[in-house]
Design a protein around this ligand. Structure first.
Ligand SMILES: Nc1ncnc2c1ncn2[C@@H]1O[C@H](COP(=O)(O)OP(=O)(O)OP(=O)(O)O)[C@@H](O)[C@H]1O
Length: 455
């Protein structure tokens, strides 16, 4: 630690002095700074291994924005810098969000000396280790987050679905996956592709629910230069990108009638025409669709074309909501626990029997995605090496969890942020530079958010 460099930023001089006196005994160089505006200057002059940053949550209670901005700027300057946050107890939710946004860890104020030293040392160690491994921490995280883990299926219902998937995946049959939000439709679509003969070819997902009507055709079928004002180049659509592989049309129930007609024509003729061109291009793709809508009811009220439904649902797979398959809850919780203890480098290794019982009792309206977020948050916040109900519910009782699930605010902010990024991506045809400019983010900050939200 004698070669390590640490910067502490806090507007309270007493905090700065006390932290410096403590940490100086363990770390070669400890600089302190009262004014965060000087951060760019300081970071430009010294290559710090870690920054201990006050998030100023108490001064900026409504959003914590100032702290997040500084976190982003530090990581933009050097994504491998480990940022540890100083946080008041009431702002733990914010700290969790900051960890998801790339912070290494957080320490509660008033701090315990041993804990602060340990957290800073761990942060610096991991920075040094990532340098030794020849890559930045952010890059390593990116690799680790790269999608498509195992499909957890313990319940009889899920085992039966996987059994069907194994049988139909190698055929080219069109598959429609039905299920509530967060039940694992995307996961299953990827599994179908993985078990198909097309596994070495692309898997291309298109979220039709997030696609404005005006962009539907160019996104799916492509466009030629000059086809409309923003079409500066020829561009292949999702169908062409998926050539030889699988196209996954998510939220197909959200497509309007005129787009349904366009889609049906493409599926029948097995060719696309880029917007602005009349040259047909043959496509060879396997079609997997998903929706949480009741398409049969939609056919009856004439908002969904029956002929399109027949075309996409050669095989129908219905994933039950998580509350109807409690046998999956334990294995899924263990799976996410393993995933996040590794991702966040936390010592927590097991789930207490009491917590497990509560997890099985809860109705999980957000299904597996909600369970996943809940475990992620609990792993980050856990105090010991066993996850207990305390780590989960923050003083509210498990029975009240349905109404008071901690983190709903966090999830809402996150889903707003996700939507803003999606909309900007659509507006700018996926041009990261333009999207970042519109959102006032650096490209790296945008990439980190896209990775966080799986975009
Ligand atoms: N059986 C499973 N095994 C492992 N992870 C799962 C499983 N089911 C869902 N997940 C995880 O839960 C999260 C939500 O799953 P997914 O995105 O597939 O749901 P979805 O039904 O497509 O949601 P939406 O309707 O909102 O698009 C993902 O992070 C996924 O990895």
């Amino acid at each position: 630690m004698q070669t390590a460099k640490l910067l502490i930023v806090d507007d309270d001089p007493d905090v700065l002095l006390a932290a410096k006196l403590l940490l100086k005994r363990h770390i070669g160089q400890v600089d302190i700074e009262k004014n965060p505006d000087r951060l760019p200057f300081l970071l430009g002059n010294t290559n710090y291994d870690a920054v201990l940053l006050d998030m100023n949550f108490t001064r900026d209670v409504s959003s914590g924005k100032e702290g997040f901005d500084w976190l982003d700027r530090i990581l933009d300057a050097d994504p491998s810098t480990r940022v540890v946050l100083f946080t008041a107890y009431g702002d733990v939710e914010m700290a969790v969000r900051a960890i998801k946004a790339g912070a290494a860890d957080f320490v509660l104020k008033p701090w315990e000396n041993d804990k602060l030293v340990e957290v800073i040392k761990t942060a610096i160690d991991s920075k040094k280790a990532s340098e030794g491994a020849g890559g930045s921490g952010a890059a390593a995280k990116k690799g680790g987050a790269a999608n498509a883990g195992p499909v957890i299926a313990q319940s009889a219902a899920m085992r039966q679905i996987l059994d069907t998937v194994e049988r139909v995946a190698p055929t080219d049959a069109n598959i429609l996956i039905l299920g509530e939000n967060g039940t694992g439709k995307d996961v299953l679509a990827r599994e179908i592709h993985r078990l198909s003969t097309r596994r070495d070819k692309p898997f291309v997902a298109a979220d039709l629910g997030a696609l404005p009507e005006s962009l539907f055709e160019s996104e799916l079928f492509g466009h030629v230069r000059g086809a409309f004002t923003d079409a500066r180049d020829d561009r292949a659509g999702r169908f062409e990108e998926a050539q030889g592989g699988t196209i996954f049309l998510d939220e197909i129930g959200n497509v309007g009638l005129s787009q349904q007609a366009r889609l049906l024509t493409v599926l029948q003729q097995r060719q696309v025409m880029r917007v602005g061109s009349n040259k047909p291009r043959p496509i060879d793709v396997r079609l997997v669709c998903a929706t949480n809508a009741d398409l049969n009811a939609r056919v009856l009220d004439r908002s969904f074309r029956q002929d399109l439904l027949y075309r996409i649902n050669t095989i129908e797979l219905h994933i039950p909501p998580l509350r109807q398959r409690p046998d999956d809850i334990g294995p899924l919780a263990e799976h996410f626990l393993r995933q996040y203890r590794k991702q966040y480098n936390r010592p927590v290794g097991q789930i207490s029997p009491d917590l497990l019982r509560h997890l099985k009792q809860y109705a999980w309206p957000g299904n597996v995605r909600e369970l996943q977020h809940a475990i992620e948050r609990a792993v980050i916040l856990a105090r010991g090496n066993t996850l207990t109900s305390d780590d989960f519910f923050f003083g509210s009782t498990p029975a009240a969890m349905g109404q008071t699930m901690p983190g709903n605010d966090t999830l809402q902010i996150e889903s707003m942020e996700r939507r803003m990024i999606q909309q900007a991506m659509q507006k700018h045809g996926g041009n990261i530079t333009d999207v970042a400019r519109e959102l006032g983010l650096s490209r790296q900050a945008l990439y980190r958010r896209m990775e966080k939200y799986g975009l």
